[in-house]
Design a protein around this ligand. Structure first.
Ligand code: GLU
Length: 502
């Protein structure tokens, strides 16, 4: 028999900015598929209805395209195993959950939140692992179906073995053993009828013919549940390969976080990084070119790439190194016309300049005033002093807190047109009991480097959400930063003021 075609995928959730971690996984999946003449698939995992948004999905697609990582099948281009967006596949998941109920591998759990909490307390007291209600687990299917028909609310859980060991085989990590007793009866269908990640992921990977699951290490602990689902559905599991997580360039190499390091691909695009440099950098993080040459193109990487050669050491996302590499691309790979082309594509083209003109015109006495007035649109960081980030009646720490509130508000705000931003700042001012004009003062400084500049909301629209948030984060650092403890307290206040969680 001929070997099946290699099929790999990335499965991002559209719940925020397009993350460099997604690009990193995409690159290794893409390279693996291309070196084996296989297919690279993009699937959107949007089962978390409350947190997913079409804008985030669009941003993910556009930033992966900008990087040049084209997929063979996906939500926008279709393919033989579509749809490629999980929210359009709910009937498929329900059908498979029904199969698991029928075969006795899953059960309806009618426990309320309070009952479960009580059970946890008792299990903890008895030093037992967190298990689930044996009554629900052992109830006959007939009886459980009767209750469902009578309208009782339930979730569906998979039955996980109570004892024994699960052996996970991973291409990079080798064999990993986990006691089944430490694993809970995972919910596979929520009370709203939507699947959880685990069921949807396994069903899709199987139906989409995925042969290798190459993803971040944070999913390793889910593998036992997935293996069990494959077995219960009578399917062969794919090969697993868990990639090491990206790290901050700090002392203890903590997990990459946007508080310490920009993580949005859009930010890097707006900040003037070249896609080929960012790709090269991501390639270099987990893998080395023979001879250890640091600068290489995607094609050169494809000539040598082997999944087994991925380095398990924590790859550090060191922006300094990325800047150095980007500089090499600018200097070594571009003659003057090519660089002009890049600059135009980035921000100096007519599209951007035309957007700025109406904002700048009322403030120009000479054409030369343009330079100083608009420089902040064509920059990454802007020069600003902590003393200038002032808000009447508030100390530096409080100004930092206001910036943090704005960042959280902006994160929630996927519509980044000036009208929407204006509304958001009005809300913010009201919640903080400040006049909008007063509130905006330190924002002018943080975003443009000056106390007065072009109108702020429209300027923010042109800068883009990622760059705006990045400059606000830098301003917070300038004001002394916010400790984890402070942030926790602040989160609480934010929830009280603005409702919902972040
Ligand atoms: N939706 C998951 C994520 O956002 C996918 C994990 C996987 O690749 O299985 O990372």
């Amino acid at each position: 028999m001929s070997k099946p075609e290699t099929r790999v995928r990335i499965a991002p959730s559209p719940t925020g900015d397009p993350h460099v971690g997604t690009a990193y996984q995409a690159l290794y999946n893409y390279a693996f598929a291309r070196t084996r003449g296989g297919k690279f698939i993009l699937r959107i995992e949007d089962t978390d209805q409350a947190r997913s948004s079409p804008e985030s999905e669009r941003a993910i697609l556009s930033s992966l395209r900008w990087l040049g990582l084209e997929w063979d099948e996906g939500p926008d281009i279709g393919g033989p195993h579509g749809p490629y967006r999980q929210s359009e596949r709910t009937a498929i998941y329900r059908e498979h959950a029904a199969r698991l109920l029928e075969s006795g591998h899953a059960y309806r759990c009618y426990c309320t939140k309070e009952e479960l909490e009580q059970m946890r307390i008792e299990q903890r007291e008895k030093k037992l692992p967190a298990l689930f209600d044996e009554v629900c687990r052992n109830r006959s299917l007939d009886e459980s179906s009767r209750r469902a028909e009578a309208g009782d609310a339930y979730v569906i859980r998979m039955k996980v073995p109570r004892d024994g060991v699960c052996v996970i085989k991973d291409l990079l990590h080798g064999e990993i053993r986990k006691d089944w007793a430490s694993i809970d009866d995972q919910i596979i269908i929520k009370s709203d009828g939507f699947p959880t990640y685990h069921l949807a992921n396994v069903v899709d990977d199987h139906l989409m013919g995925i042969t290798h699951v190459i993803r971040g290490e944070e999913w390793i602990n889910s593998v036992p549940k997935h293996l069990k689902l494959y077995e219960d559905l009578g399917w062969e599991a794919p090969v697993f390969c868990h990639l090491p997580l990206l790290r901050n360039a700090d002392k203890n190499k903590s997990k990459l976080s946007k508080r310490k390091n920009p993580t949005s691909i859009e930010y890097y695009r707006r900040a003037g990084f070249l896609p080929q440099a960012l790709l090269n950098f991501l390639g270099m993080l987990g893998w080395s070119m023979p001879g250890d040459e640091e600068k290489f193109t995607l094609d050169q990487m494809l000539e040598h790439f082997r999944l087994e050669d991925i380095n398990l050491g924590g790859p550090v996302f060191d922006v300094k190194k990325l800047r150095w590499l980007n500089g090499r691309y600018i200097r070594e790979d571009h003659d003057a016309p090519a660089l002009r082309e890049e600059l135009f594509k980035w921000a100096l083209g007519p599209e951007m300049v035309e957007k700025i003109i109406p904002l700048a015109q009322p403030r120009l006495e000479t054409l030369a005033d343009w330079g100083f007035l608009t420089a902040f649109f064509f920059a990454d960081a802007v020069p600003c002093q902590a003393e200038e980030l002032k808000l009447k009646g508030h100390d530096a720490g409080e100004v930092a807190e206001v910036f943090q509130f704005a960042i959280w508000q902006l994160e929630r705000q996927r519509d980044f047109r000036s009208e929407a931003i204006e509304l958001l700042f009005k809300e913010l001012a009201e919640a903080l009991e400040l006049k909008v004009r007063v509130l905006l003062g330190p924002f002018y400084v943080a975003l443009s480097g000056k106390a007065a500049s072009t109108p702020l909301y429209q300027s923010m629209e042109i800068l883009g959400s990622d760059m705006v948030r990045m400059r606000l984060r830098r301003a917070i650092e300038l004001l002394g930063g916010l400790s984890s403890k402070k942030l926790k307290a602040l989160e609480k206040r934010y929830e009280d003021l603005f409702g919902g969680t972040r």
